[in-house]
Design a protein around this ligand. Structure first.
Ligand code: UDP
Ligand code: MG
Length: 311
């Protein structure tokens, strides 16, 4: 089998038929056999019924239904684990990732690349969002050991070696953008025009985006802890210099100012800073907690090969 296509679906009932319709001829044209693994991530809008119908009528399509909503990372991993193709593609269910791009992407794979990444432009994004994204990438790339590419998401094709490498990473906190970059392999990018969603709404709220940004920094290395040490050292140095200056000033000029404002600022400022640092440590502690429990990233409740629900 030439290629497996993994599609995580969460409440995509209105768009998933269209995706199947567009995707099937593209994959036929590639030749060499294909499978499409539709992963229902605990949808509540009848997506699973649509998936059952699609898989019943189309050869090459099968589905997995997770036992609840595990998030896109879990759904993707479920699909990737099941993939049997020599190459595997990951794409969204909302047609924001144009299936027509798969042809050129697979060609690049044949040309010897092991990871082909589709990179979207920022066409149609609000100016502010673009600005924040740019800032984010600059900041994150400064903190991380791997480089994240602006506009490169989960839409990509991996060959078997790259996929096996990805699956060999056993962590529970899966920040896949980082993991894709971390495994390395010969990678190339293919640009495409950003498209609007075909149906439904994006599952990202602003808070979630913010948390995702935090995740990316913390889930990849411990540089924030290092940063905490540096900031702490810098502030201690400032305090020492300021203390000396106050003493000298009092001895030479006889000034002994009450310094009420300084005191309050120092107490509140340092208090806040300490809370932030504690938060950073807490983030890592929480991650270790999740990691040592060794829980699976997803649970499958039903799959197309089955007659019904399984345990
Ligand atoms: N998705 C998922 N589980 C979730 C959230 C999203 O499987 O908990 C899927 C969703 O169905 C879609 C893809 O992940 O196929 C991307 O989601 P979305 O379009 O909401 O993200 P955006 O394109 O806005 O980044
Ligand atoms: Mg989308």
């Amino acid at each position: 089998m030439r290629i497996s296509v993994v599609v995580p679906c969460f409440n995509e009932a209105d768009g998933i038929d269209r995706l199947a319709e567009v995707l099937a001829p593209v994959l036929e044209a590639l030749g060499g056999g294909y499978e499409v693994i539709l992963v229902d991530d605990g949808s509540s809008d009848g997506t699973l019924d649509r998936l059952r119908a699609i898989c019943a009528e189309r050869a090459g399509f099968r589905y997995l239904a997770l036992s609840r909503n595990f998030g896109k990372e879990g759904a993707m991993l479920a699909g990737l684990t099941e993939a049997k193709g020599e190459a595997v593609a990951i794409m969204d269910a909302d047609l924001q990732h144009p299936p027509a791009l798969l042809g050129p992407m697979v060609e690049l794979l044949d040309a010897g690349y092991e990871q082909v990444v589709a990179r979207r432009d920022r066409q149609g994004d609000p100016r502010f969002r673009t600005f924040v994204s740019r800032l984010y990438y600059r900041f994150v790339n400064g903190l991380m050991d791997v480089d994240l590419e602006d506009g490169a998401g989960d839409f990509r094709v991996l060959d078997r070696r790259a996929l096996d490498a990805l699956l060999s990473l056993g962590e529970s906190n899966r920040f896949s953008k980082g993991l894709f970059a971390w495994i390395g392999f010969r990678t190339t990018y293919l640009d495409y025009r950003n498209e609007a969603r075909y149906a439904g709404t994006s599952k990202w709220s602003t808070t979630q985006l913010l948390n995702y940004g935090l995740d990316s920094v913390v889930s990849f290395n411990y540089k924030p802890l290092r940063l905490a040490i540096h900031v702490g050292a810098a502030i201690t140095a400032v305090a020492v210099v300021y203390g000396l200056w106050v003493v000298v000033d009092a001895i030479i000029a006889g000034n002994s100012v009450p310094g009420y404002v300084t005191l309050i600022c120092a107490i509140t400022g340092l208090g806040g800073l300490q809370m932030v640092m504690l938060g950073v440590i807490g983030e890592y502690l929480g991650r270790i907690y999740v990691e040592v429990k060794h829980r699976p990233n997803f649970l499958v409740r039903e799959r197309s090969e089955d007659d019904g629900p399984v345990t």
